[in-house]
Ligand binder design. Structure first.
Ligand code: SAM
Length: 259
């Protein structure tokens, strides 16, 4: 028979583990108590607590940032190219997810974006900002490197996106993942004040009385890739259950080699 103390400790562990699964507050308390050990294992996502959720109109929404952060951690890209830096929200999300020797090249044509890049990331060794239009990007802008992840979130203009893709497609690594922001739709019932203004400014962008394509240029761009590069599979992470901007994930598809 086990001594009483061993049985008690087993019982306490069982209770604690049960609570761990049932209570967020308890998990936070355990994390704080073990912070010194656990922080090295925690994903570097503190910034996400300060990102807007569905109210964000231009930049990445919080849940989309969470997804992209995870994608980077899962894929461990060496080279990420971001087209559309704005004030660096997606760049910070990429840089906190990138480990080891991974590097981020960001492009934007806006003067204030350049100032923000200097303010926030000057001296960051694995980051380079270039002020340049997306339509003029080519292999030379990424030092001839193979691009593992290409993120497009700039002008939302069909022609400029096509030019961007044509300029960078030859530099994509064989398993490269292309992520395009703003390809989704909003449901009328989900519109917040900022989305409502956008619908009033573009009354021709309704797909139906209930569904609004908030960046039709991005959707048309997706359809162009589908026609022009049919070997790229497209996964559209869209929902109308919340005002989601929508992310599309593309990758060249081929049978998996077998032994
Ligand atoms: C939606 S914001 C990018 C948001 C950013 N990815 C984030 O999540 O924080 C779009 C950015 O694209 C830039 N942009 C617009 N047209 C562009 C072009 N032709 N070439 C490069 N950047 C452009 C704008 O200056 C703006 O900063």
């Amino acid at each position: 028979m086990e001594p009483r103390s061993a049985r008690l400790s087993e019982w306490a562990k069982h209770r604690a583990w049960r609570r761990f699964h049932r209570s967020r507050g308890f998990r936070h308390a355990v994390l704080l108590a073990r912070w010194n050990r656990a922080r090295h294992r925690m994903p570097d996502v503190a910034h996400l607590a300060f990102y807007e959720e569905e109210t964000a109109l231009g930049p990445l929404q919080r849940d989309e940032a969470l997804f992209i952060h995870a994608l980077v951690r899962v894929l461990r890209p060496e080279v990420i190219v971001e087209v559309g830096f704005f004030r660096g929200r997606s760049a910070l999300n990429f840089l906190t997810a990138l480990g080891g020797s991974g590097r981020l090249y960001s492009f934007d044509l806006d003067e204030e974006a350049e100032a923000a890049a200097v303010q926030f990331f000057a001296g960051t060794p694995n980051f380079r900002f270039t002020r340049k239009s997306q339509s003029r990007l080519s292999a030379a802008d990424v030092d001839g490197a193979a691009i593992d992840m290409l993120y497009i979130d700039a002008s939302h203009d069909y022609d400029l996106n096509v030019a961007t893709f044509e300029g960078l497609e030859p530099s994509l690594a064989s398993g490269a993942v292309v992520v395009v922001h703003d390809t989704g739709t909003w449901a009328r019932s989900q519109l917040g004040p900022r989305q409502r203004v956008a619908t009033e400014e573009n009354p021709g962008w309704w797909l139906s009385p209930e569904e609004f394509a908030h960046q039709p240029g991005e959707r048309r761009f997706m359809n162009w890739i589908r026609e022009t590069y049919p070997d790229f599979a497209q996964l559209h992470l869209h929902t109308v259950r919340t005002p989601r901007h929508g992310i599309s994930v593309l990758q060249r598809t081929a049978p998996l080699p077998l032994p």
